[in-house]
Design a protein around this ligand. Structure first.
Ligand code: PLP
Length: 398
């Protein structure tokens, strides 16, 4: 007997992890590998704040039962207060769902929104989970450009052009993965206007909201300025609180109840069907959001120094260039050398130099060639990797 996988799984790719498999094989064969492909700060020299570990250590005995499907009270209450702190008005605990990382909220929210053949507007380049989930639920990909010339801000003319009768929502990822861009308040305002004019809700992914690297950039939560436009805000402890393995995230539904109420109920139905998310880790959400935030200063200081190295070193390599990231820990350099694809570039670099990056085409259909660098690695690892990258480009393409 041969079990045939469904058609809808055919187009699901996740380049970030796919390239890692190849790297692992090379490492097993004895090659020295420098990994700049996985957005997990704990793979480098970042540590989970101690008070969060204590917070869950003491909860195991009370968290062996199923939790409430929407999440434990203390977590939902903390998320609703966090919503108020970032300016989203009128959010009660009932307007929140605790999810297994931000990912589960994203998957449930897309699944409750689209029918077969519908599309949601996703950024290109963009975090691949959105498109892979759209494919999983038999939707169609519909990507709007982020504009490299404009520091990777969304191209609003392209966004408007792409809206069609089957478009069901607009996705914003801010701060952005993979470009590290932080969107201006005026850009966000204009996206909200576009969404309002076309009766579309906004899905806003604010996973990196506390990782803003420069004082002259500030984070604006879409739900704080969205007026009557319904918004689903996704967030997670994964990156801001250095616990990606815990799988603790949430979704917030905001906007007029008559617009978003039935839809939020549909997402909640899906949440009930999966019983609950992991109970123990939910006890970390309130201490994370409302306990000491001291670690963030240190994280931002380190990331800023590493961002500066990345920006300087890559722009010094002939044939490569990069816009300065102002948030998260990603940079998205452009490859202007004679190579058939960015995937070939990245795979060849891995084979020859042992440096693991992710090819730009893993983040959507792009006109130019790019790669993503995770600059959460140590200064030493980054400098070693950029020495190798420089050598590789000189040797193969100059
Ligand atoms: C933009 C973005 N959204 C969502 C996620 C998923 O995060 P989580 O670990 O909370 O599922 C990631 C993870 O890298 C991300 O970069």
């Amino acid at each position: 007997m041969k079990i045939i996988p469904s058609e809808r799984t055919k187009n699901i790719r996740y380049a970030i992890r796919d390239i890692g498999v190849e790297a692992k094989n090379l490492e097993k064969a004895g090659k020295k590998i420098i990994c700049l492909n996985i957005g997990d700060p704990l793979k480098y020299d970042f540590k989970t704040p101690k008070h969060l570990i204590s917070a869950i250590e003491s909860t195991w005995s009370k968290s062996s039962s199923y939790a409430d499907s929407m999440g434990i009270d203390s977590a939902r209450e903390a998320v609703s207060r966090e919503a108020a702190r970032i300016g989203i008005k009128g959010v009660t605990p009932e307007d929140t769902i605790i999810t297994a990382g931000g990912s589960e909220g994203i998957i449930m929210s897309i699944s409750a929104l689209i029918n077969s053949g519908d599309n949601i507007l996703t950024p290109v380049p963009g975090y691949p989970l959105y498109n892979s989930t759209v494919m999983q639920f038999e939707g169609k990909m519909n990507e709007y450009r982020l504009n490299e010339e404009d520091e990777w801000q969304p191209d609003l003319a392209d966004m408007i052009k792409k809206i069609n009768s089957r478009t069901k929502a607009i996705v914003i990822i801010n701060p952005n993965n993979p470009t590290g861009s932080v969107y201006t308040r005026s850009t966000l305002k204009r996206i909200i206007d576009i969404a309002g004019e076309h009766n579309l809700p906004i899905f806003t992914d604010e996973t990196y909201d506390k990782l803003i690297l420069d004082d002259d950039f500030s984070f604006t939560s879409v739900g704080s300025i969205s007026g009557d436009v319904p918004v689903v805000t996704f967030n997670t402890l994964s990156k801001n609180y250095l616990v990606p393995g815990w799988r603790a995230g949430w979704a917030i539904f905001s906007g007029p109840r008559e617009s978003i109420g039935d839809y939020a109920d549909a997402v909640k139905k899906i949440a009930r069907a999966r019983l609950c998310t992991n109970s123990p880790v939910q006890y970390a959400i309130q201490p994370a959001l409302e306990g000491p935030q001291d670690h963030l200063k240190d994280v931002i200081r380190k990331l800023k120094a590493r961002r500066d190295i990345t920006y300087k070193r890559i722009n010094e390599i002939e044939g490569l260039s990069v816009k300065k990231p102002h948030g998260a820990f990603y940079a998205f350099p452009r490859i202007d050398v004679d190579v058939e694809s960015d995937e070939v570039f990245v795979r060849k670099l891995l084979q020859e130099e042992g440096v693991v990056l992710v090819h730009g085409s893993g983040f959507g259909r792009l006109d130019e060639k790019y790669f993503r660098v995770v600059f959460a690695a140590s200064e030493q690892a980054l400098n070693d990797a950029f020495d190798k990258l420089e050598n590789f480009v000189k040797k193969n393409y100059m």
